[in-house]
Design a protein around this ligand. Structure first.
Ligand SMILES: [Zn+2]
Length: 121
């Protein structure tokens, strides 16, 4: 949706039983998507994904500086895996790009497009 300025996000969790899932999807305006999850003992936050709205100028495939700051904060959480990954769903290319949360504070290098890894034809 070209005019949708709302971003959506979720935390990715590896549960104590080994299964993997996502928290409830939350929404907010740019850079203010608050994500929460119910974490039980043994659960680990292994990543987070959020959407970037359509923009004619900015390359929205890239995480923002704020995204890396959020990731750095998240890694301090005792329930977070220190190697947690950051996924950007870019609404312009309709694709998901993967980043290591520690590779910031910013990057001009577009991460691997993992869209075809997660969506079966
Ligand atoms: Zn972002």
């Amino acid at each position: 949706m070209k005019d949708d300025k709302i971003e959506h996000g979720a935390l990715l969790i590896r549960y104590a039983d080994g299964s993997v899932g996502a928290s409830k999807i939350t929404s907010g305006i740019h850079d203010e998507v608050k994500m929460r999850a119910d974490i039980a003992p043994g659960d680990k936050i292994i990543g987070y994904i959020h959407s970037h709205t359509y923009d004619d100028v900015v390359d929205q495939r890239l995480p923002s500086r704020h995204d890396f700051e959020t990731a750095a904060e998240l890694r301090k959480n005792p329930h977070a895996d220190p190697h947690l990954l950051l996924y950007i769903l870019d609404m312009k290319t309709n694709s998901v790009y993967e980043y290591h949360s520690g590779q910031g504070p910013s990057t001009k290098q577009v991460g691997p497009n993992i869209t075809k890894d997660v969506i079966k034809p």
